[in-house]
Design a protein around this ligand. Structure first.
Ligand code: ADP
Ligand code: MG
Length: 400
């Protein structure tokens, strides 16, 4: 497979000095009662924004926030709190017109001086954004002379500001965050250094069928944990009792195991599990996969499984992880997920984490594990679609 970045310029290559540059960012941060609870997404956009400001560009930032509904009070979806936070982080004024289009926005934008920044109001306040509307995209494009996308979390959606608008610019490219995402995720499905261990988990096999099939073609070892492993264990004849099992995916699980054997991919499944009577239980019990007690459900992998799984990390050159090993959101069932995260973080392999819940798990594990991974993808859906080998509209729109 050719490099996924082929034909895509980065902000470094674009003539943005003194120019009006539109940067599509992802400021869709978690908020409670108008207060930002985690500003990671804003901080991650800073290198690109600062680069543009250092080159004396006039920076126009565009983002969506949540899912505003037409005709409702959408004030909770305003990007104003993000603009305030950005101003603190940049230690500079951030101009904020109260609509992304219209005379007021134009006045703000065309009054920007070199090295100044404005943040447009939520692009989804216009339903045309999600409709990938041509006229809307054209109006947005008139605001700027160059286009940069740094919003990886949205590139799998053909929305106006990520797709149609990008194509209207001769000078278009990716920001640093998007470049790092495409490069890291491209590596784990393209030409990974071997041995290559793919670690999969999470809620369902059905969510990850294409991901598994793609990884099977490139990895040397496929490690499966989480609720997904329940279906594989059941397919191998184990009685999983009250565990989450996708009964209609048992045949698929067997096919995957056969394909793995044919491709000489080593598959590692849990040998022990942490079980409990309900997801609300205060504690779990470790049992072998051969003796899940009646009425109990598997909510985490056991200590022997952690040991067996992470043993593969020792000589690995590439490790890709998607999907928690258990119900990590609850402390009694977090050891498996945090255990593999810890082992992965201390491995010398090129380590990539994809998937929204998996990324959250690495952050929740603490111990500065997040900083020790080579790459944690910021896009849940987008990272999985890229791993599936799909062409994503927001990336393809930058090519050429
Ligand atoms: P990602 O977002 O990283 O792709 P998924 O969405 O596939 O991951 O799965 C994450 C969810 O799976 C988590 O909420 C986690 O609690 C749940 N999960 C993992 N293992 C189990 C299990 N054994 N039983 C119940 N839920 C599980
Ligand atoms: Mg998820």
């Amino acid at each position: 497979m050719s490099n996924l970045l082929t034909g895509i310029r980065t902000i470094r290559d674009l003539p943005i000095d003194n120019k009006r540059v539109f940067i599509r960012v992802d400021f869709n941060v978690p908020m409670e009662d108008g207060v930002i609870t985690d500003d990671l997404r804003i901080r991650e956009a800073l290198p690109t924004i600062k680069h543009a400001l250092e080159r004396e560009a006039r920076v126009i930032l565009g983002s969506h926030m949540g899912r505003p509904k037409p005709g409702k009070d959408n004030s909770a979806f305003s990007l104003e709190p993000c603009g305030i936070r950005l101003a603190e982080l940049l230690d500079a004024e951030v101009h904020m017109p109260d609509d992304c289009l219209g005379d007021a926005a134009k006045k703000v934008i065309f009054d920007l001086r070199a090295g100044q920044v404005c943040l447009l109001e939520n692009l989804r306040f216009h339903p045309e954004e999600e409709q990938d509307d041509e006229a809307f995209a054209f109006k947005l494009s008139e605001l700027a002379e160059a286009y940069v996308n740094d919003a990886f979390g949205t590139v799998h959606r053909a929305h106006a500001s990520v797709h149609r608008m990008a194509k209207l610019f001769r000078d278009r490219g990716c920001g640093f965050l998007l470049e790092k995402e495409i490069s890291a995720l491209g590596k784990v499905i393209g030409q990974p250094e071997r041995p290559y261990v793919a670690l999969l988990g999470g809620a369902k096999v059905s969510d990850k069928i294409v991901v598994v099939e793609t990884l099977l073609k490139v990895c040397n070892t496929l490690v499966i944990g989480g609720a997904m492993a329940n279906t594989f264990l059941a397919a191998k004849g184990h009685n999983m009792q009250a565990s989450l099992v996708e009964e209609d995916k048992l045949a698929l699980a067997r096919t995957i195991l056969e394909k793995a054997a044919a491709a000489k991919v080593t598959v590692e499944l849990p040998v022990d599990l942490v079980v409990a009577s309900s997801t609300q239980a205060e504690a779990g019990t470790v049992v072998s996969i051969h003796e899940v007690p009646p009425g109990k459900m598997a909510l985490d992998i056991g200590p022997q499984s952690i040991e067996r799984f992470t043993r593969h990390f020792a000589d690995a050159k590439t490790i890709f992880w998607n999907g928690p090993m258990g119900l990590f959101e609850r402390e009694p069932f977090s050891a498996g997920t945090f255990g593999v995260a810890r082992a992965m973080a201390s491995s010398s392999a090129f380590t990539v984490v994809g998937g929204g819940d998996s990324a959250a798990a690495v952050h929740a594990a603490g111990e500065d594990l997040a900083a020790k991974m080579d790459h944690i993808s910021t896009g849940g859906g987008a990272s999985l679609e890229l791993i599936e080998g799909r062409k994503l509209p927001g990336i393809e729109a930058l090519r050429g």
